[in-house]
Design a protein around this ligand. Structure first.
Ligand code: ZN
Length: 258
């Protein structure tokens, strides 16, 4: 019990640090900026942050959410994202203990955070996290479930890729504009690696369902027709992952699920 709490706290702190790293990657890399330069600074006065101003969440709280130099309000989004990542990392252990599911859940959480930052801010889903995430998931499959599951997962990813590509190509033709981003296609390929075909489809349906109100809001309030679909997709993936067993039962699906 005490060990469990210790591990959960440790994972929380680790999640905060990684979350902080992800916000930097997600907001800078799509703009073609380096992760290390320029050093992190205040957006208003460009005051360069020192190490004690870079501690995830804590610095924000100590400085009452203001820049130490110009005292302008700092965005609350970043500490919230760090907290969310910390929470998800500790949740992974609380839900699954040390297992395939725990690591897979952490990988999905990390991609969730990255996609949130980069797709909402820049309408871009980065390739690198998806590639790294896919490799980790596939290697885990190989290690925990053997070669057969490993190859099935690869096929599933390819099937989802082809399916989404077809949807995109047909959609582009019908609507005469980009219907689905290339990032969304790659993201759903990752779903295939994680889930196999059937649960990937469930996730895509859930994701579209979540995105729908936001799409309506964008088209009404901002006359904006481009919807960042990625965050909703990956959120659906995480939820389907948590309720995987119930959903599988509900669909009365095949015996072993990956
Ligand atoms: Zn400042």
């Amino acid at each position: 019990m005490l060990l469990d709490i210790y591990i959960i706290v440790l994972l929380f702190v680790f999640g905060l640090v990684m979350g902080s790293f992800f916000t930097v990657v997600g907001s800078r890399v799509p703009k073609g900026e380096s992760i290390v330069k320029p050093r992190s600074h205040c957006d208003y006065c460009h005051h360069e942050l020192r190490w004690y101003e870079l501690i995830p969440v804590l610095s924000y709280v100590i400085q009452f959410g203001r820049c130490s130099k110009c005292h302008k309000k700092l965005s609350l989004i970043y500490p919230l994202i760090e907290l969310l990542n910390g929470f998800l990392y500790s949740l992974s252990y609380a839900l699954y203990g040390f297992s395939y599911e725990m690591i897979a859940f952490m990988v999905i959480s990390s991609i969730l955070i990255l996609v949130f930052v980069s797709d909402f801010e820049h309408m871009i889903i980065l390739d690198e996290p998806l590639i790294i995430g896919s490799v980790i998931i596939l290697l885990l499959k190989l290690y925990y479930f053997g070669f057969k599951t490993f190859t099935t997962s690869i096929y599933s990813g390819l099937i989802m890729f082809v399916f989404m590509l077809l949807v995109k190509l047909i959609g582009d033709k019908v609507f005469r504009r980009e219907s689905l981003g290339g990032g969304d296609v790659k993201l759903v390929t990752f779903f295939g690696f994680v889930f196999g075909v059937r649960l990937s489809f469930v996730s895509v349906v859930f994701g579209s369902f979540f995105a729908f109100p936001y799409a309506i809001y964008l088209s009404l309030a901002r006359k904006d027709r481009e919807v960042p679909f990625g965050p909703f997709l990956i959120l659906a993936l995480l939820i389907v992952f948590i309720y995987m067993d119930s959903i599988k039962n509900l669909l009365n699906m095949f015996v072993y699920g990956f």
